[in-house]
Structures are given as structure tokens and as C-alpha cells.
Design a protein around this ligand. Structure first.
Ligand code: ADP
Ligand code: MG
Length: 516
């Protein structure tokens, strides 16, 4: 009898603890300090965006897109909608050996890609670090650093000074006005880069100059945005792909648009009558149109950034900022005596990461939200890492609750943006190629996006979010391979130089308007 009672007690305790762990939201409403919970809920309420509000945001985004595409309004438009010179998607039959550089914002990768046809790709790659001093330094030094990394990689792969001049695709994920496939002027730096002397310059020319200085046997034949690379890589495998989405350090999207909607298009109007548009959607809201959904935390993140007032949509969504939003909310709740109550004396001083800008990484948001056990063991470790000694169950549950709100808001905003594009493309099946560590590693970003998209995408359209493995680099290689073949053919037709001319479009085999 005694054993039975003790057993029942233990099981009951375990069940209660499990219940609390599994339902922190309910727990928050019923714990010892209901008035504190109301205050916490009030803070988090400001992060909630209803479906109706998302629908309004979709209309706003569509207006901004049309402004970006209109010759009369483009200059003042915030969402720039840059036409790329990529006019069709690959069909999987492309072959060849191509190099690619992928400069994202956090990661810089050098890739060697073998296109084998039949939608098969072999890939070797290496990640290099871009030191902070180079991110903030003189422009030409950035390109010299990229060239050094490429040379290092080519030496290891035995590609140096052979008789071959390798074609290279350059994934450059910053806003650029393209004037051709291998010609692009940087309009502004984002994501923590501020290298001097690059804005308004042709970044392909700067890269080629750095490659030539070092006698590297490589010709940069194409520059693509990472969204475009992702779309192309995904299309190599899935013919329904019409959108590329990045959720990494920053966020951006591209999609295949009908030429008659692109007033700013200055190329020819031959078939296929379409072109990929690099939206640069991170700048949505830079004209204050999203102020009604911004919180004081968003304002603080913006003010302490390298580009205040810019990339407002990006700052509510992407990896560079998400952890910081969570940190600012934690600090605010702590100052209101709603969080880390036992740590007035316990935290390891104001030098702790909790008190430093950037001290709470976005990967911690993933870790915290992955925690499902009773003990919050990962959340505890993360909180200890940022300077909270012996965090309590309440601390962990609240931090998880905050993280869920912040990442859910980001996923819903990205999902609403996707819904605009999918509805606009209006095909029975649309696949979105997605790349970026936030999407890849966050445990519920995809699920939250899909859920909101099911509510916002027109019912007759089937859509799919497809993770595009290494998409941004692979896609640049695909574009470069086709560009290279086109360039090699050119001298047979004319005496023009081997270099790409401004305005030269790229054509793959498949036309986007092939009926599915
Ligand atoms: P890039 O933007 O340079 O192409 P990534 O796609 O790898 O590089 O994105 C890097 C960003 O992803 C970082 O800013 C970081 O905030 C975020 N990130 C890295 N790991 C994770 C993770 N486990 N969960 C969520 N976000 C992550
Ligand atoms: Mg990337």
C-alpha cells in the first residue's frame, strides 16, 4: 500500500512536471505570479500579427513590388525589384566543371561543381572566414581576400595554371543593379558589410581585377544573387520551381516574372517573355509602411545596426537579428522583475553576453525551441552561456515562450511574402527553393511558414517549400556553365570579345511557360 501510494505520487509528480514542460504557455498563465504573467503576455502581444493584418501587409508588398517594377516610380521605390539577366530555368541536362564563390553575409564558400547532366551534381567546397577587418575595410582588399581563398582552394584541387581557364559564377548576396549577366553595380551594403569604394562600382570587374592581379586561371562569367542561385539549383531538380527564398544572415526572394509586368526591363523582348526578378525584399518597410507592426525591440535593433532605417523587413525576420530581438526582450523583462528573478546578484556582472549587443545568437533560439524535455537541459546550458547561473524552470519556460513568439512572427512575415508571389505567379503547382541556415536549422520555421501560407495562398494553387542544399552556390555554377558555353560560341558568330556584354540575357533549355 505504502509502495503504491509512493508510486502514484512519483508518477503524478512526473506527469505534472511533464505537463509543465510540454505546455509552458498554460503554465505561464497559471503559475504563482499571475500578474507577472499578464505583463509578460502583454509584452509578447506586441509580436503577434493576425491573419487579417498579414493580408494587409500582402497588399502593401504588392504595391511596393509594382512601384519597383515601374520606370516612373522605381527611383523612389524601397523594394527595388531588380531584373536579373536570367530568363529561363535549367532542365537538368546541363554539364561541365565550374567554380563558384558564394559570399553570403556570414559564410564565404568556394565551390567546385561538376554538372553531370540528368539533374546530377557533384560538389566539393570549402568555407573561409571573412575577418571583421575586411568586412569593414577597403573594398579592393575584400576582393583580394576572395581571390586568395579561391587560389588556396584551387591549389588543393590541383586546378592552378593548367591550360584551362575555368568559368566562375559569383553569388554576391547584396543589392545590385545588374547591367548584364557579368556586370552588376552594388547599390548599398547590408548585413554588417561596409567596405569602402564598392558602392556604385561593378563588383564583377573588381573581382576579375583581383583574380588577374594574382594570375588565377579563372574568368568570372556570371554574377547572381543568392536567391537566384537557389531558384536555379532547385529548378535543376524540380521543374515547378519559380521562386528562390533566402532565410540566413539576411532575407530576400526572387521569382520568375512576365516581361510585360517589368516596366524597367531594358533588354530584348524575345521569347521566353519572362525574367527572374531579384526583389531585395529586405528593404520592405524602409518608407515607414510597416511601422504599425514594429515593436520597441525592432526599433532598438535598427538603431544599433550599421544601417539604421534600412532593411526593416529583414530586421524582423533574418538570422542576423532574431537572437538580438530575443535578447532585448529578455533584458526588458528582467528590468521589469519578470524574468531571472533569482539572479539579481547571481548573473556574472554586466560583462555577461546577456548585456552585450549580439550576445544571444540566433542559433540559441533554435536550441531553446528544440528543448522538449522536462529538464530544459539545453535551454539551461544556453542561459548559463550568456551569464545566468542556475536558471530556474520559470526562466527557461519564459525564454522558450519569447523565442517561439519571435521566430513565429518571422516565419509568418516570410510566409505572407511567399503567398504574394505564389498568388501572383498563379500556376497550379509552385515550388519555392529555400536556402539559409535559419530555415535549415530552426526546428519550426518551415512548419510555421507553411501553416500561415495555407491560410493566405489561393486555394487552387499547390505549393511546396523545398530546401535547396547548397543552392546559392550551385545555382551560380549552373548559370556560369550556360553563360560560358554561350560565350565560347560567340566568336564563331562574330568577332566580339569573350567578355559578356551588358544586356546579354541567359537562356536555358526549358522555358518557364512550358505547361506543367
Ligand atoms: P549566409 O547568410 O552567409 O549565406 P547562412 O545561410 O549560413 O549564411 O546563415 C547564417 C545565419 O544563420 C547566421 O546569421 C545565424 O544567425 C543563422 N544561424 C546559424 N545557425 C543557426 C541555427 N542553428 N538556427 C537558426 N539560425 C542559425
Ligand atoms: Mg548563403
Amino acid at each position: 500500500m505504502g509502495y503504491a501510494l509512493t508510486g502514484a505520487f512519483v508518477i503524478g509528480l512526473a506527469a505534472y512536471a511533464g505537463y509543465r514542460a510540454a505546455t509552458p504557455q498554460k503554465y505561464l498563465v497559471t503559475n504563482r505570479h499571475p500578474e507577472s504573467n499578464d505583463q509578460i503576455e502583454k509584452v509578447l502581444e506586441s509580436l503577434k500579427i493576425s491573419d487579417e493584418s498579414l493580408q494587409q501587409i500582402m497588399l502593401l508588398l504588392e504595391d511596393e513590388m509594382n512601384a519597383g517594377l515601374s520606370p516612373a516610380m522605381h527611383k523612389n521605390a524601397v523594394v527595388k525589384m531588380f531584373p536579373t539577366y536570367v530568363r529561363s530555368t535549367p532542365d537538368g541536362s546541363e554539364v561541365g566543371q565550374v567554380l563558384a564563390l558564394d559570399l553570403g553575409g556570414t559564410n564565404f564558400r568556394v565551390l567546385l561543381i561538376n554538372l553531370l547532366g540528368h539533374a546530377q551534381i557533384n560538389l566539393t567546397s570549402k568555407i573561409f572566414v571573412i575577418p571583421q577587418s575586411i568586412m569593414l575595410g577597403e573594398g579592393m582588399n575584400l576582393f583580394r581576400h576572395l581571390a586568395d581563398c579561391l587560389l588556396d582552394f584551387m591549389k588543393k584541387e590541383n586546378l592552378v595554371r593548367t591550360s584551362v581557364r575555368y568559368p566562375l559564377g559569383f553569388t554576391f548576396s547584396f543589392p545590385c543593379k545588374q547591367e548584364g549577366l557579368a556586370s552588376a553595380r552594388l547599390t548599398s551594403w547590408t548585413k554588417g558589410f561596409t567596405c569602402a569604394g564598392v558602392v556604385n562600382e561593378d563588383v564583377v570587374k573588381m573581382l576579375q581585377r583581383a583574380l588577374d592581379e594574382k594570375n588565377i586561371n579563372v574568368q568570372c562569367v556570371a554574377l547572381v544573387n543568392d536567391t537566384v542561385g537557389t531558384l536555379m539549383a532547385c529548378a535543376y531538380k524540380d521543374p515547378h520551381t519559380a521562386i528562390g527564398l533566402i532565410l540566413g544572415t539576411g532575407t530576400n526572394a526572387c521569382y520568375m516574372e512576365q516581361l510585360n509586368k517589368v516596366g524597367t526591363w531594358d533588354g530584348d523582348h524575345s521569347e521566353p517573355k519572362q525574367v527572374i526578378i531579384n526583389m531585395e525584399w529586405g528593404a520592405f518597410g524602409d518608407n515607414n509602411k510597416l511601422n504599425h507592426i514594429r515593436t520597441k525591440y525592432d526599433e532598438e535593433v535598427d538603431l544599433s545596426s550599421l544601417n539604421p532605417g534600412k532593411q526593416i523587413f529583414e530586421k524582423m525576420i533574418s538570422g542576423m537579428y532574431m537572437g538580438e530581438i530575443v535578447r532585448l526582450i529578455m533584458l526588458d523583462l528582467m528590468q521589469q522583475d519578470l524574468l531571472f528573478l533569482g539572479h539579481r546578484e547571481g548573473y556574472s556582472g554586466y560583462k555577461a553576453p546577456l548585456f552585450s549587443r549580439g550576445g544571444f545568437y540566433t542559433k540559441f533560439v533554435s536550441t531553446v525551441e528544440t528543448d522538449e524535455g522536462i529538464g530544459f537541459s539545453n535551454t539551461r546550458r544556453v542561459l548559463e552561456d550568456i551569464g545566468i547561473r542556475n536558471p530556474t524552470y520559470d526562466d527557461c519556460a519564459i525564454v522558450q515562450h519569447i523565442s517561439r513568439h519571435v521566430s513565429k512572427r518571422a516565419a509568418r512575415l516570410a510566409g505572407a511574402g511567399m503567398a504574394v508571389l505564389i498568388n501572383r505567379i498563379n500556376r497550379p503547382n509552385v515550388t519555392v527553393g529555400v536556402d539559409g541556415s535559419l530555415y535549415r536549422y530552426h526546428p519550426r520555421f518551415k512548419r510555421n511558414m507553411e501553416k500561415c501560407m495555407h491560410a493566405l495562398v489561393n486555394k487552387h494553387i499547390k505549393f511546396k517549400l523545398a530546401l535547396s542544399d547548397d543552392g546559392s552556390g550551385k545555382g551560380a555554377a549552373l548559370v556560369a556553365s550556360v553563360a560560358d558555353r554561350t560565350l565560347r560560341r560567340k566568336p564563331l558568330l562574330s568577332e566580339e570579345s569573350e567578355h559578356d556584354e551588358p544586356g546579354t540575357p541567359i537562356n536555358f533549355h526549358r522555358k518557364f511557360d512550358t505547361p506543367y
